[in-house]
Design a binder for this molecule. Sequence first.
Ligand code: PMP
Length: 349
Amino acid sequence: MRLRPEIVALPAYKQGKPAAADAFKLSSNENPFPPHPAVLAAIRDLDINRYPDASALAVRERLAARHGVTTDEVVVGAGSVSVLSQLISAAAGAGDEVVHAWRSFEAYPGLITVAGAVGVRVPLTEDARHDLPAMRDAITDRSRVLIICSPNNPTGTVVGAQEFAELMAAVPPSLLVVLDEAYAEFVRDSSAVDGAALLRRYPNLVVLRTFSKAYGLAGLRVGYGIGPVPILDAARSAAIPLSVTEAAQRAVLAALEVEDELLANVGVLAARCARVQEALREQGWAVPVSQGNFVWLPTGDGTSRIAEALGAAGLVVRAFPPEGIRVSIGEEESVATLLRICGEVVRTL
Ligand code: PMP
């Protein structure tokens, strides 16, 4: 059997260790609030002997109305990671380049390789932000896709609206720009780029959002993209048919009905995240300004040791040795432990 060597060499997607029953799972930027009863009610009594609506029409209609676009300007996938994969496959093939920041979302390199394309990683700035001028300079005539992640996973930093506009003015309109806004609802910085305010402004921009984070539906796998119809039609063609389940579609519709309550919880988490960052900085940590539901601890060579110390205290976190540790903002009860251990170890760095 000849398997593609670049696929065989891909590392498995790391999810972080499963949390023990009494531990806090702060390794996947999940929403710690329990599912809303209305959402749970909506996914009861499913006809699971039937296939779902392949086009997720009801969901697209709801999202289209909300964003002031047509249903064809919305594509729904099994998580926004699926929509991203479809977009990359639609635009970049063998030998084509996909430019993205690094460190950024760890799924990017794998999706690019599966498409047969080549990833071009542009290092973050010293203060853990996207380096947009360097990203622009990395674009060649082989570049097909540019991924911008704001807030950036795992550092939480946002791209400014102004610098994003300058970037869009400088890149060729034939380059597909994907703005990955998985954490958009957590952003409180009004100078940050907001994809929802840019719809229809560019013929080459697709904005990605997800129901996994703010809406707490990570386990059902549903995300979406908004952008120009020709790009989204190509992405639809690159999809695995029927991968957005009926449960996922019903849950989204129910979640949007109780959106005010869910977004109030997001407000609680955003405030908690701001408070944790402030406390960590007071302890001496150089924590980048995070607008997501997570914080980045630049632990350098101490990364594995400190992740173990947090694990021993019952906090499962995501370590990226030798750079740092990403900690999701979870239950209020986890915050005191986080700050206690961080206060102890900051002096050992
Ligand atoms: N983009 C970013 C930046 C993420 O952090 C994640 C989830 N970790 C995703 C996309 C994927 O989210 P989902 O597929 O659950 O919608």
